[in-house]
Design a protein. Structure first.
Length: 416
């Protein structure tokens, strides 16, 4: 009788529902519960960098074939570019068809630009040169303290290649790395016991701070973002999996605990350590998982791409700013770069949006204030799409590399 209550999935689901009720009926108390979510996410982030680093060097070092590493990297970048481009174009098409901002007739001069000043300031520092320089950490320790996953990937790639060149002599080091990784995964298991508490605190705070009434004015935009993310997942990603002889629903069922955790905490980072382990257990090659999944958290943010195009055009529609199709295509090209450049910046979605609005030169940056109240509610759609998109990418690239254990995959997914 008590068996469902022992499931993390069921516990997080109850916590989300209970948190929403607390935030709605006891608003002031809900606002005070945010530290519960913050503490959990800080713990996960503290573990994320070393786990990604060790998984990456273990996967690459164990391959011992630098050509293979380069091949996986090329296929990964190719897939990411295709996926994010499709996401950007899909968002652009839907927002032009549905036009959620039409009829609002908001005068940009009446908007309080001071509310988004910090995002605009951060956006001014986003250049291509800075982006590539930020890949290189100031110190080895610094790579693990900034919270940016890209320097960790860069450093892990170098160490993994170095281990691969050592051949059999690297085996004792790789075995030691495997033991340390197992210990850290054990710590993740302990931290995950507090996931329901974090989901409860996050949902209580979100509903308590913004309230359900905040959603009414921009509910059409929210519905469009959720709809577009749904089309991308159940249409685009499902077709990609079908083309490779795989199915989406069994995969979603397999990672349902991670999906619910991301929904409750509004960030896909909370599930990364678990996803590294889960994708290996599913039958994906260790080297592919170690390279593709962490890189996807910076370079394959499909949900964020959908949000960026829709939010940009929405601001133009809401403020009656002309944005013809040729300028939208220019904006699309800008987003192909900026959507990667601000991947790990705090408030990255808003920073990237501010950079895009500034680059277009004609859209009011103050229009960002229109989204402040509901951005948190749309972050769930972005985070879930990012999570599922990276899980699919890991499966597909594992299949391309011939590193997908089909028997284990079918057994884990319950496919006959």
């Amino acid at each position: 009788m008590l068996r469902p209550f022992k499931s993390l999935y069921f516990q997080v689901l109850l916590a989300i529902l209970f948190g929403a009720c607390v935030g709605h009926f006891f608003r002031s108390w809900g606002l005070e519960l945010k530290p519960l979510a913050d503490a959990f996410i800080k713990l996960i982030k503290a573990l994320m960098a070393p786990i990604v680093f060790l998984t990456l060097i273990s996967g690459i070092g164990g391959v011992g074939n630098l050509r293979k590493v380069g091949r996986i990297g090329f296929k990964t970048i190719l897939y990411f570019e295709l996926a994010t481009t499709v996401a950007l174009v899909l968002g652009l098409v839907v927002v032009n068809l549905v036009r959620p901002g039409q009829g609002l007739h908001i005068d940009p001069k009446t908007l309080n630009a001071a509310e988004v000043a910090s995002f605009v300031t951060s956006a001014k520092h986003l250049t291509v040169v800075d982006y590539f320089l930020n890949l290189i950490p100031d110190t080895i320790v610094g790579a693990f303290t900034t919270g940016d996953i890209l320097p960790v990937l860069f450093l892990g790639l170098l160490v993994g290649i170095s281990l691969g060149r050592l051949g059999p002599r690297a085996q004792p080091v790789l075995e030691g790395i495997q033991r340390v990784t197992e210990v850290l995964m054990g710590v993740v298991g302990l931290v995950m016991r507090f996931a329901p508490v974090a989901a409860f605190g996050a949902m209580a705070y979100t509903v308590g701070k913004f309230g359900t009434s905040t959603l009414v004015s921009l509910s059409w935009l929210m519905a469009c973002v959720y709809l577009t993310c749904g089309i991308f997942i159940f249409g685009g990603l499902s077709l990609v999996l079908r083309f490779h002889g795989l199915r989406l629903w069994p995969l979603l069922r397999y990672i349902r605990e991670e999906i619910l955790l991301v929904f409750g905490t509004s960030t896909s980072e909370s599930a990364l350590p678990r996803m590294l382990q889960r994708m290996e257990e599913l039958g994906c090659g260790k080297s592919v998982v170690g390279l593709v999944l962490p890189a996807g958290y910076s370079l394959n943010l499909d949900g964020t791409c959908i949000y960026l195009t829709m939010a940009t055009v929405f601001i133009a529609q809401a403020t009656d700013t002309p944005l013809p199709i040729e300028r939208q295509l220019v904006m699309l090209g800008i987003l192909l770069l900026t959507s990667k450049g601000a991947a790990a910046v705090t408030g990255g979605g808003f920073v990237t949006l501010a950079a895009t609005l500034s680059a277009t030169g004609s859209l009011p940056v103050a229009g960002l204030t229109l989204l402040l109240g509901v951005d948190r509610f749309m972050s769930e759609a972005r985070a879930l799409t990012n999570l599922i998109g990276n899980a699919v990418a890991t499966l597909i690239i594992s299949r391309w590399e011939g590193e997908l254990d089909e028997d284990r995959l079918r057994r884990k997914l319950g496919i006959k």
